[in-house]
Design a binder for this molecule. Structure first.
Ligand code: PCA
Length: 213
């Protein structure tokens, strides 16, 4: 079983991105899982090109993309990617599209094909805060997540894919009052659990984790 796992480079005012920091440190106990790591640019168009090229080269069974969600307190296992860009800040190439479709001929939305609730349950069992998230935002992460599922739908039907947002690291919130963070160690452990659960779960479980509003 081959897993491609990606993280993003730093963007906005940050000098690090916890997603790729954690991906870099990730090691698996199970030697039967081959892990391929890739850093993606926080750039709308280029991140999609790099992902597509990497999928073509690596031919993974599973793709797990990760990104920073500053201000979130837990590991957010994303459920849905929407066909919309509405950039609150420019990407790392200076592009800031507003209210644009990602792919004109794509569905309005695609759902993750990872066992999102089984992942949340396993993370909580290991005492790592986690939840299903129903929005990956409207920036580069949603853009990449949407493109991944579009490409899977069109070109790579045998691949399973999903997206996980991770909180800031403690060093990123030193001067950000009342802002949550998670240790790099916990984020790396979370990624280990996510990869292992994605590789071993055939059918997702039912778990009460719906949002009232
Ligand atoms: N987080 C941003 C883009 C890159 C990243 O790590 C996002 O959530 O869209």
């Amino acid at each position: 079983m081959k897993v491609l796992i990606t993280g993003f480079d730093p963007f906005g005012n940050e000098h690090i991105n916890p997603s790729y920091q954690a991906v870099q440190l990730l090691e698996l106990e199970k030697k039967e899982i081959e892990l391929v790591k890739k850093e993606l640019p926080t750039v709308f168009a280029r991140s999609i090109k790099v992902l597509d090229r990497t999928i073509k080269e690596v031919k993974p069974d599973i793709v797990i993309a990760t990104g920073q969600a500053g201000g979130r307190y837990d590991i957010s296992v994303e459920r849905v990617a929407i066909n919309l860009i509405d950039a609150g800040i420019p990407d790392n190439d200076g592009d800031q599209p507003l209210d644009e479709k990602i792919f004109k001929d794509g569905e309005n939305a695609y759902f993750s094909s990872l066992p999102i609730k089984a992942i949340v349950k396993k993370l909580r069992e290991k005492k790592i805060p986690a939840s299903v998230s129903n929005s990956a935002g409207t920036y580069v992460c949603n853009n990449l997540f949407y493109a991944m599922l579009y490409l899977i739908d069109r070109k790579y039907p045998d691949i399973k894919g999903g997206f996980v947002h991770v909180p800031y690291l403690p060093e990123q919130v030193l001067t950000k009052r009342n802002t949550p963070c998670m240790s790099l160690n916990d984020i790396v452990t979370a990624l280990q659990i996510i990869v292992a659960t994605a590789c071993t779960t055939k059918k997702d479980i039912l778990l009460i984790d719906g949002k009232i509003c």
